[in-house]
Design a protein around this ligand. Structure first.
Ligand SMILES: [Zn+2]
Length: 465
């Protein structure tokens, strides 16, 4: 049965509309949008939606298990604390976590994502084996935990099984603390193929399988090439993600081992396409940024994680000027809020350039509207889900901003997203729809109260020493 919604004020693909009658099919797709000038109230049979309706955001990069680390690694261990010392703490967690706890953490996390405006998530998942290092004999409990959590929360999921084979450049063998991540190429390809086949048969509305290479450290060039070509045969539009050029030490090690910088190496491979998402790309040269634009690949930044880990500054100003496609992710989960990611993408550039409104567009002077609209569109591209905008053929994934919330006071359609980014974060997000289903109503998720105690219990087990 088709449902109809009358959106009083909505950011559609072509811009803001005052009064839009939107039809949504059973499978959660938008089948028609009518914006006649004569509609002044909801026609009978349509649900009236007051407030500002904007597209939901794709979270293009997440490691759900790291939710257990948020707030637990913010103290000094030595004068040389860095990404690399944080990684050691992450390995310790990764070696302890079991599927049941992961499912609780991920369900809580995905509800937090929905409440902050992420309506779908790409889970870059490299926890593959049991804690003793053996493969699961049957269904993979850790993989299934993510799928079950996404279903329970009602968030869109692009699951990215992640290839992980080496501890450093030059195909160095894995260390004992990395044994749960180990996966050979054949197993990886069979797993992706079987999931893609199942999705073709059942066509789930909110689930997609992609693939990831952990990094150029963890996947040697030859394995990366062979796997990429084989993945294309499985699904020519498969989303493919990789961590790249996040840390200077990684760039230097790559140059030493291969004679090239990491992004340069990827570009020279000729493998990049619009289906690739480069995660971080923090230390990219101008030529590398141009190469990424030419390949039409996306870059996913997670400014909060990059700041938390002391990675460096991505040159968003130059990349956007070149026509680059940027999306955002919550990555290590120290911050789960797309408005905050986008605010800090702009603020980094203001601090660097000592100017304001640096990332406003040529045709969109409002920083909030420009960054939100474009990140939603490019995030959907990165995760391979039809959730780029409120438009016919796309999924009905949207947020309703409460126009009566103090952070929205005085906002018009033109400034509503400026208010969201710069005046209140996610506080004004009242309702959230994913695939035509309300998953957050009046700031509340149906499962959150029930989950709270179990989540606290799990977090207690992983608390800081
Ligand atoms: Zn990551």
């Amino acid at each position: 049965m088709t449902r109809r919604y009358f959106l009083e004020s909505a950011l559609l693909a072509q811009g803001w509309a005052q009064g839009a009658l939107v039809s949504v099919s059973d499978d959660g797709r938008i089948t028609a949008i009518d914006t006649p000038s004569t509609h002044r109230a909801a026609p009978s049979g349509a649900e009236n939606i007051a407030g500002f309706v904007v597209p939901g955001m794709a979270n293009a990069h997440s490691h759900a298990f790291q939710r257990a680390m948020a707030g637990n690694t913010e103290f000094r261990l030595s004068a040389r604390d860095s990404f690399w010392t944080w990684r050691q703490a992450m390995y310790t967690l990764a070696n302890r976590i079991e599927a049941e706890d992961l499912q609780i953490l991920a369900t809580q996390l995905f509800i937090e994502m929905l409440k902050s405006g992420y309506t779908s998530v790409a889970e870059f998942h490299y926890l593959h084996r049991q804690s003793n290092g053996d493969l699961y004999p049957g269904a993979n409990g850790l993989w299934d935990a993510i799928g079950a959590a996404a279903t329970a929360a009602g968030i869109g999921l692009t699951f990215l099984p992640t290839l992980y084979q080496a501890s450093d450049f030059g195909a160095q063998p894995l260390k004992s603390e990395q044994r749960r991540f180990a996966m050979d190429t054949e197993f990886f390809l069979r797993a992706v193929e079987s999931r893609v086949g199942a999705e073709r048969r059942h066509a789930p509305a909110t689930l997609r399988t992609g693939a990831a290479f952990h990094s150029l450290r963890a996947v040697p060039p030859r394995a990366l090439r062979e796997a990429t070509l084989a993945l294309r045969n499985i699904d020519a539009t498969l989303p493919v993600h990789i961590h790249v050029a996040e840390q200077l030490q990684e760039v230097q090690a790559c140059k030493l081992a291969t004679g090239r910088r990491p992004i340069e190496l990827l570009l020279d491979s000729g493998l990049l396409t619009q289906y690739w998402c480069l995660v971080h790309a923090t230390h990219a040269t101008v030529q590398e940024l141009q190469g990424i634009v030419a390949a039409a690949a996306t870059v996913c930044v997670s400014i909060s994680t990059e700041a938390n880990l002391g990675d460096g500054l991505f040159d968003a100003s130059r990349f956007l000027k070149l026509g680059g496609r940027v999306c955002v992710g919550s990555d290590s989960q120290s911050t789960v809020c797309p408005a905050e990611e986008l605010r800090w993408m702009e603020y980094q550039q203001r601090l660097r350039k000592k100017r304001r409104a640096v990332l406003a567009g040529k045709t969109e002077p409002h920083v909030g509207t420009r960054l939100w609209r474009d990140a939603a569109q490019h995030g959907a591209q990165a995760i391979g889900q039809p959730a780029a905008a409120i438009a016919v053929g796309q999924r009905a994934d949207w947020l309703v901003l409460d126009a009566t919330h103090p952070s929205m006071a005085g906002a018009t359609a033109q400034t509503a997203l400026d208010h969201l980014l710069f005046a209140g974060g996610s506080a004004a997000i009242r309702d959230v729809m994913v695939a035509g289903r309300w998953v957050i109503r009046d700031h509340h998720h149906a499962a959150e109260d029930h989950l709270r105690g179990r989540f606290a219990q799990v977090m207690g087990q992983y608390r800081a020493p």
